[in-house]
Design a protein around this ligand. Sequence first.
Ligand code: ATP
Ligand code: MN
Length: 541
Amino acid sequence: MMPEQTVKKDSVEEMSTDMDAETLGLKSVGKVYHNLDYEKLFEHETTNEEGRISANGTMMVDTGKFTGRSPKDKYFVHQKPSFENIAWGKINQPMAPEVFDELYADVTDYLSDKDIYVTDGFCGANERTRKSVRFVTEFAWQAHFVKNMFIRPDQDEAGSFAPNFTVYNASNLANEKWEEHGLNSEVFVVFNIEKNVAIIGGTWYGGEMKKGIFTMMNYWLPMEGILSMHCSANVGKAGDVALFFGLSGTGKTTLSTDSSRKLIGDDEHGWDDDGIFNFEGGCYAKCIDLSPDNEPEIYGAIRRDALLENVVACNKGIIDFQDGTKTENTRVSYPIEHIENHEPSLKAGHPKNIIFLTCDAFGVLPPVSKLTKKQAMYYFLSGYTAKVAGTERGVTEPQATFSSCFGEAFLPLPPTTYAELLGEKLEKHGVNAYLVNTGWTGGGYGVGERMSIKATRACINAILDGSILDAEFEQTNWFRLNIPKSLPGVDSSLLNPRNAWADKENFDVTANKLAGMFIENFKKYTSDNDDFDYTQAGPRT
Ligand code: ATP
Ligand code: MN
């Protein structure tokens, strides 16, 4: 386990004086560093010894013992009126208001008198529905992270900034009384909808702030009839918009970053009556095995103002992107301006194509399938991907994950709320839907290999330029998915997964097994809600 992070701020001189304790909801304040620019953040990170500088001048930090989110430590305050709306359960756990009040006092006491970083950002590129969020953090790198990820206010906007929501992040404060409070651990990430406040303690990980506000957007927007989505988006020269849905590691960031199309955003979007819009002002890309050949735009985005997390570098600052010893989840955040071909408004019209990405480690799903409307609803509600088994040697069995709407971990409302909105929009705008498997081919994990990025991009290009519509289609067994027999730039033997497997018998057994998992998972939508009985569109065993 890594040591706790400590901060050495004595030698940083300048201070922002425009914020007092009362404005910040604290008892007292030390130095308040409000909306520091990138240069100043860099200086603070260096002076505080929060990070090192890579060979090309990019800040590299270690996020401490937390290199990922802590979903089991996430709570909503259980109170009127929001308790009627929330889908309570393992994902959205209740916290008693009294426990919140106690932790809130702990967090604000803890931050009082400390030197703190205050960072203001917008969530949502649509001015009418965007939220103004204020982050209070202990570390300069956390301020840097939220500055990269949220939409940066211009000078006027910063001057008149009035937060709709405030996040207090007391990373180093663990909740010693977690057992007494009936909680999961000393880590807490708590949202108080009525008070428009979130408190975080016991974890340093920046992703809690990013995905925490995403969770709040997933609460606020559907209430106004706007769909919020865990997807990336880009737009072609003809104004044709594509959305890429998918769980973590399926390729949202990789595949939406495409030099021939303008990037709208890589992770979180809204869809209203005018079209789609990004929630964020930056991207958060995986760095493991990153190569300039496969992902030149992302590789090129790693420069000054970007922020690298948990990568391994030699003493000259040269990064070994293959090295996952700190975590496999090495990341870089960067402002979207680091991708040359991005859309500055962060908005676009209604989508023409939506693509569900899945990383099927069983190697059963085809590289690309065209979905009917009902299949689109089925695969959206199923939210399937598969993880490869952990580090245990000899264990090669993949693990299926089903997460509704490809993001159930971030959905405070029942998944059917989002599915209903999506269904209406697909119908209204005549959107084409596809399923793309960025996972294994020629066999499951351990036998086959992962689809090359090149092959996946060729499938995506055929969708985006419409050439897939000219292909001859056939239907697969079990999943009854419509797949093209050939596509430009793709080895035809890959298109039908059964053909790609040497061991056909094993394919049939595996496909049948995966179909069974889909059917089992989907039962939750068929018991009491006929509106969402899309079972007919799913696989058969
Ligand atoms: P998150 O929600 O965690 O941000 P994501 O959906 O954005 O996840 P990516 O960051 O794009 O996922 O991760 C996809 C990873 O898989 C990248 O590291 C990429 O290099 C790798 N990869 C390997 N083969 C493929 C492929 N065929 N298509 C897409 N990505 C691939
Ligand atoms: Mn991503």
